[in-house]
Design a protein around this ligand. Structure first.
Ligand code: AMP
Ligand code: MG
Length: 480
């Protein structure tokens, strides 16, 4: 079988054909078999010897058209035209059994024309973090790019200290970012911009072609998908950390993982990115940043749409995000009616856990155990502000009684939306420390746990615990 290479062949002048550069002693250490099979990729490709000849040979389906894409991006609010795949290559596209196309992209592939002065490599630490987080999000039902396989090496790379390089094949509908459109628009290359849009309509937004204005329909879809994604991040407590427009996928998926974190103690102002001194990408800022980024993207639609049309679409972002967020929160609380009372209960609950700095996920998981008729619920002991917690609980129990749903049914539904296991930064770090010493067993065990986030199991109890003090609010370096 061969991969397709539609981007490299149709849009060859929007990037550069580039071959991966071999690393010292590459070793295939992990393959996502489920994803490999879903993409109908031959198992025979994913053995140590095959994958090496596919990645570093000249005539394989991975390398005949391996391609570095050009893009720009707004980074921390400032426009940077000087970006592109500096260490990643699009290897080609595979089709799943429904005929849907998926990009295979090699991260850490070596220098490209867009590497500037950097080495074109990714470190093992950040590769493992991306692998773990993307699987965790996927299994929680949050749209994300995914990890297909991981390759380690003995190649030294220099960040704050010397580390080892690794490679990962990443899978996503496409690797087209907001920054692709922004770049060709701001660079005045409107013919290339047009061909990028045409490519998107043909390959990814074909439903929009039935609309009177395909561009308007596409903008609407990107706005909706982005709003839905960010509502999910907020509901599930995920802080992306570097929401620059070059890290925003046009498919509304979580993309380009860096110093991300899942919340521990609930602090809406939490900033996971150690280098984000202004808190631009703080947890509570994410919805607003999503809109800012869509505004930046919308400039590239101006050759096709007038200002009123664009404003009309952008004005739908907030209501769409809020509708999705309210629904998720209602479900997380096990409430079935979308009333003012529900909204108040949600808001007061979030105030309670943030004022008391309780663990975000454990608090929700405790809620699943509430007996609507019971007294002295363990939930009250979870809080320092016991009186406030008691008052809230009475109000909540009343709402549960009023809705008259069988307890078992409600609890089962709640356990399916409030994860028992999320990827804690300290757990990721323990897995990384072991892997850096050559032991991947902890990484694999964590991966297994994260692939079943909602099913509490006694043998995984350590992964459901709150972080120890040393593991809270870990400072995660941006360097990757
Ligand atoms: P990131 O921080 O991974 O989102 O990357 C931002 C930009 O820097 C993108 O254009 C990357 O391709 C580029 N980049 C990041 N790290 C490297 C590296 N080690 N070598 C070359 N380019 C890089
Ligand atoms: Mg990036």
């Amino acid at each position: 079988m061969n991969l397709d290479h539609s981007y490299a062949t149709h849009l060859g002048d929007l990037g550069a054909l580039t071959k991966p550069l071999r690393v010292a002693n590459p070793q295939l250490v992990e393959v996502n078999h489920t994803l490999r099979d879903a993409l109908q990729l031959p198992a025979s490709w994913f053995t140590q010897s095959s994958i090496m000849s596919m990645l570093f040979g000249n005539t394989s389906s991975f390398t005949t058209h391996s391609f570095a894409q050009k893009y720009g991006g707004h980074q921390f609010g400032g426009w940077n035209p000087d970006l592109g795949d500096g260490r990643g290559l699009l290897l080609g596209e595979a089709k799943d059994k429904f005929g849907k196309s998926w990009d295979l992209h090699l991260k850490g592939a070596g220098p490209t024309p867009y590497s500037r002065f950097a080495d074109g490599r990714a470190v093992l630490r950040s590769t493992l973090r991306e692998y773990l987080a993307s699987e965790a999000l996927h299994h929680m039902g949050i749209p994300t790019s995914r990890a297909l396989c991981l390759i380690t090496s003995d190649e030294p790379v220099y960040r704050e200290k010397q580390e080892k390089a690794a490679m990962m094949i990443r899978v996503s509908q496409s690797h087209i970012r907001f920054g692709h459109f922004e770049y060709f628009y701001h660079n005045g290359e409107l013919d290339k911009l047009k061909r990028l849009f045409d490519y998107c309509f043909e390959h990814h937004f074909s439903a929009c072609l039935h609309s009177e204005s395909p561009h308007l329909a596409m903008l609407e879809k990107v706005v909706t998908d982005t709003a839905t994604l960010i509502a999910k991040w907020q509901a599930y407590g995920f802080n992306h950390g570097v929401m620059n427009t070059d890290n925003m996928s046009i498919h509304g998926i979580t993309f380009d993982f860096g110093p991300y974190a899942f919340l521990d103690d609930f602090d809406p102002k939490f900033v996971c990115n150690h280098s984000d001194h202004q808190g631009r990408y703080a947890f509570e800022q994410q919805p607003g940043v999503g809109l800012w980024n869509l505004n930046a993207l919308a400039h590239a639609f101006t050759p096709y749409l007038n200002v009123e049309q664009i404003k009309g679409e952008l004005s739908q972002y907030e209501p769409k995000l809020m509708a999705e967020f309210s629904q998720l929160m209602r479900q997380k609380l096990g409430l079935y009616e979308n009333t003012q009372n529900t909204a108040e209960l949600v808001n007061r609950w979030l105030d309670l856990i943030s004022q008391d700095k309780r663990d975000y996920h454990i608090s929700f998981r405790l809620l699943c155990e509430i007996d609507e008729h019971g007294e002295n619920q363990p939930l009250v002991d979870h809080f320092m502000q016991r009186d406030t917690a008691k008052m809230w609980l009475e109000h909540y129990q009343q709402a549960l009684i009023t809705q008259n749903v069988k307890r078992q049914e409600r609890q089962a539904n709640m356990r399916n939306i409030n994860p028992e296991y999320v990827l804690r930064n300290y757990q990721a770090q323990l897995a990384i420390d072991a892997a850096q010493d050559g032991d991947f067993s902890r990484f694999r065990r964590l991966l297994q746990v994260l692939q079943h986030p909602f099913e509490g199991k006694p043998e995984y109890a350590e992964f459901a615990k709150p972080p120890p003090d040393w593991g809270k609010h870990m400072e995660i370096s941006c360097s990757s």
